[in-house]
Design a binder for this molecule. Structure first.
Ligand code: PLP
Length: 372
């Protein structure tokens, strides 16, 4: 029998029957997109779930982030992290803005808020931090810096849907937060995304910007793009929301099973957890230290031999990508080092515990430091 391939994630799907029932109404109305009924229902549900006053839905997270930046009329430099998916930096540059890369901290891999102020110039207009792996940034410190220097803060919260810091939903930090509902994320609308924000005066601008800048049939206010979420996406979102809590609960169990099995493996650094954060357990990153006795890439090969396919999230650093080779360089030694050592292990709700055990056994046995 061919051994089953274990990938880093597996997209969440509702039952086939549930989805069919949800989309049935579309055949009566023939209303496929442009703010249909399912779109509006999903928006209401998400408003409650995120405790957010204003939510705009998008066809994907990337265009949501591009639109967020466009809505703020920014010019100049944006301080951001290079330890992220290419989308974050691309959204900045595609808005005609200059990315200024700030280093990350070595324990939860988010932007090092203590290094932001040194990068501020008279050209700085905004900060775009990332809640990477669902690790919530130092939002308080970032807010203080932003207030002091009159900067906008737009969070790339693509990994952090449904999370809380204390009692506050992660959607409510900064001026705008972007969530991705891509197939590989903890909650998906096939492709999809959202912006959450508090400033009601932004609603019409953001809603117009995602629909060619059109206000009404006689008025086009902005040179906008097209980034609307359609009814089939919204239907998937409504179905997946019904099962999300139980799916996160299942992830949590597996997450802590991994932690238990890897706790004593020399040279394998686990993600730091904070007790005041409610996580969504979407990723399981490990960092391979020198004392492990084998490199990250060698370990990947060993796992691949057993049909296990973890991912190098995030390698290469965005600032090291070919498309950014002519951009100004910034020194981010910690981000560079982590990008060469990090490995994201498979994690999804119906991953078998015995598979996790197998993965952890391989990791244990490959580590030279553990063969005493
Ligand atoms: C997934 C992701 C995005 C982009 O979201 P899409 O919905 O795929 O367009 C942006 N930033 C980060 C950090 C992501 O992981």
């Amino acid at each position: 029998m061919k051994k089953e391939q274990i990938l880093v994630t597996k997209s969440l799907l509702p039952s086939y029957e549930r989805y069919c029932k949800m989309i049935q109404e579309i055949w009566n109305t023939h209303w496929l997109t442009n703010g249909g009924k399912l779109h509006e229902s999903l928006r209401e549900e998400l408003k409650h779930r995120c405790s957010s006053e204003c939510i705009s839905l998008f066809t994907n997270g990337h265009l949501a982030l591009e639109t967020a930046l466009a809505s703020m009329d920014l010019k100049g430099e944006v301080i951001t992290t290079p330890f992220t998916f290419a989308s974050t930096t691309h959204a900045i540059v595609r808005n005609g803005l200059k990315p200024v890369f700030c280093d990350i901290n070595p324990v939860d891999y988010t932007i090092d808020a203590d290094k932001i102020e040194a990068l501020i110039t008279d050209q700085t207009c905004a900060i775009v931090p990332v809640h990477v792996y669902g690790n919530i940034c130092d939002v308080e410190k970032i807010e203080k810096i932003a207030k002091k220097h009159h900067l906008k803060v737009i969070y790339d919260a693509a990994h952090a849907f449904n999370e809380k810091l204390g009692d506050e939903n992660v959607a409510n930090f900064g001026d705008i937060s972007m969530f991705s509902f891509h197939a590989t994320k903890v909650f998906n609308t096939i492709e999809g995304g959202a912006l959450c924000y508090h400033d009601k005066s932004l609603i019409s601008k953001i809603e117009e910007l995602k629909n060619f800048g059109i206000k009404d049939p006689d008025t086009v206010d902005y040179i906008g793009g097209n980034a609307k979420m359609n009814e089939f996406q919204a239907a998937m979102g409504l179905c997946n929301l019904e099962i999300l809590d139980s799916q996160i609960e299942a992830r949590k169990k597996l997450y802590f099973y991994y932690r238990k099995l890897l706790a004593d493996v020399k040279g394998v650094q686990l993600n730091k957890l904070y007790d005041y954060i409610t996580y969504n357990y979407s990723y399981f990153p490990i960092v391979i230290q020198d004392e492990y006795g084998m490199s990250r890439d060698e370990l990947i090969e060993k796992l691949n031999e057993s049909n296990i396919f973890p991912r190098k999230y995030f390698y290469p650093l965005v600032s090291e990508m070919d498309c950014y080779k002519n951009f100004e360089k910034y020194d981010t030694p910690i981000a560079l080092d982590i990008s060469k050592r990090v490995l994201t292990l498979p994690l999804y709700p119906d991953l078998r515990k015995r598979k996790i055990k197998e993965i952890c056994e391989i990791i244990k046995n490959c580590g030279g430091g553990n063969k005493l």
